[in-house]
Write a new protein. Structure first.
Length: 123
């Protein structure tokens, strides 16, 4: 597991949104998708509101690699599937960071969204 440097971790976690571009099977990047990003401990996470049916989430599955950009940081990453043991802390991070978007934040707290939780690690 690769670790984030403190400066990049702070800047990405503080950003309101993150742009994620996954790699196609031929190594080229897909168009970036804008989404929410949260920090739990020293890890960064994203989720698909549509769960595993979300188009960007399906795109991530071809290579489990891509590029993110947030808070002025652009970095190549690996996407790792998170397990149920991580869901509660990620839920709490979403509630804390995006709780003022009451009607929207609930969409990333469903069982469907939880199963699409991905941990981002720098490459």
């Amino acid at each position: 597991m690769a670790n984030w440097n403190d400066a990049d971790l702070e800047r990405i976690a503080a950003a309101e949104e993150l742009d994620l571009a996954s790699e196609r099977s031929n190594g080229t990047l897909r168009d970036p998708v804008t989404m929410w990003v949260v920090r739990s401990g020293d890890r960064l996470y994203v989720r698909s509101v549509k769960g595993s049916d979300g188009p960007w989430y399906r795109g991530v599955q071809s290579r489990h690699q891509g590029r993110i950009e947030a808070g002025g940081v652009r970095v190549d990453v690996t996407f790792h599937q998170s397990g149920p043991g991580e869901y509660a802390s990620v839920d709490a991070a979403y509630r804390k960071k995006y709780g003022n978007y009451t009607s929207i934040v609930e969409h990333v707290l469903t069982d469907q969204a939880r199963t699409s939780t991905l941990r981002l690690e720098p490459r």
